[in-house]
Design a protein around this ligand. Sequence first.
Ligand SMILES: [Zn+2]
Length: 184
Amino acid sequence: MDERDKRRIGEEIEPGGRPKAPGRLELLQRFINSHNHDFPPDWDRLGGGSKAQAWLRQKGLIGAREQVSDADAARLRELREALRALLAGRPAAVEPTRLRVTVDDAGRTALEPDSGGVEGAVATLLGILHEAQLTGAWSRMKACRQCEYAFFDRSKNRSAAWCAMSICGNRTKNRAYYRRRRAV
Ligand SMILES: [Zn+2]
């Protein structure tokens, strides 16, 4: 995979061509995959206020005139890494946020943020997390054992462990191979 394709991972490209998470969970998945630790730090889509602002606007998480500061971006990255830790089975602290229940004229309920800006974006993302836990979809979200990429495991017995066997599974094997060669 060349660099141009690697930079599209998490947005246009999923490792192994795996389908993205269903429904609104896809947005939360993209949020967690806005950076991967295997890639250079400057590829981080939330690396700094202006990059985070562009990303949140593109996803409709903030309005066209709402601003994102460097401190906001740092807070978003902290939330992202906390969510990644939860997927990887590590404990993590996530600040509570405000959501309100709306009911439309057909009686359908929805959780909506109580405020705008970055606060509202965080609330929307945590609302998605809550929804996904109610539907059970969250239990299929996993962090790749190798690179902690967030993927949705559609396998029947929920046994997938790597983002894509062709990337992370093989890389683990290659590392073992080079270690053996060096030892020789
Ligand atoms: Zn991986």
